[in-house]
Design a protein around this ligand. Sequence first.
Ligand code: NIG
Ligand code: FE
Length: 381
Amino acid sequence: MTTLITGIALLATQHPEHGEIADAAIVLDGAHIAWVGAATSAPAADERIDVGGRAVIPGFVDSHAHLVFAGDRTAEFNARMAGTPYAAGGIHTTVTATRAASDVRLRANTARLAAELLAAGVTTFECKSGYGLDVGTERRSLLVAAEFTGETTFLGAHVVPRGVSREDYLDLLVGPMLDACAPHARWVDAFCEAGAFDADETRVVLTAGAARGLGIRLHANQLTAGPGAQLAVELGAASADHCTHLSDADVDALAGSDTVATLLPLAEFSTRSPYPDARRLLDAGVDVALATDCNPGSAYSTSMPLAVALAVREMRMTPAEAVHAATAGGARALRRKDIGAIAPGMCADLLVLDAPSPVHLAYRPGVPIVAQVWRAGSRVM
Ligand code: NIG
Ligand code: FE
């Protein structure tokens, strides 16, 4: 079954060969894209859909989200807005609630957030554990995550839980917890930060995960300048996430590597913190992605369009760079070649925007302009 989509005022493919095409058309063949080009030279198809002069972009790829948890952190948010700074310790509140929650509740909360992501135009998302911090709850967090995405990440190294020594927790992490979790994860992640894990501890955890076949990603340089970004490069991580406080040496290391810098402006927005300098990274040649970081502590938002708007307004990305980072950039941060761009052979994940160009994602902040969501060739929103 082939479908011809016409009436596309501007198609921003995010693909190097196809670029931006005005008055474009796309042909879908089942779950994949079969053809892109000018509407005047479009081939025939079984059915034809006219989107009425709107812009089309690939589905957003959210390469960093923490969706499996229970409870919320309203009190902490209130305190923060009254001046208390954000710190890693708030994670313990969510760990307590998550351990106490049934699988049914964890699944329902994850489903609710996954539905929000889809409505915001996210057609692929990564999802971390990290609010269990014991063997059973980390494992069931990953099992719940795996019901919603193939991009599951073991984040047992989020913080050292209360009531356990650092030494014992590290032994648990790289032993029984990894044994229980690795079969259900694609990635391993660690929070390399003051108050969480130092460089040596992070290296031990990530290396142990890699030895089980997991790909590496890490939370790096979020709250303080630290060793995370260079460690990500040293370990061949797919992505160093946050990258808010970077030295020149960190930027140079990232620029000379295959590690993507994933920026999470909803975290800076929600913690009232300085934003990462995306312009500095882009000008140095670093590959940049944008993601939501959706979690109950530092960024309780599923809005990729708002992340795009913040990246433009606050981080000096151009609208085109921000849209690229939220689509093709996210795909690279997940080492995926089948998503993040609109070109023949790629997965048919695309968004119809209620706007003549994708610039409106930044130009119309907070307005839900994602009018249609297509995933694997079917319209899902
Ligand atoms: O990416 N930085 C570590 N993890 C999350 C926040 C976790 C929390 O506060 O619950 C983040 O911002
Ligand atoms: Fe995070």
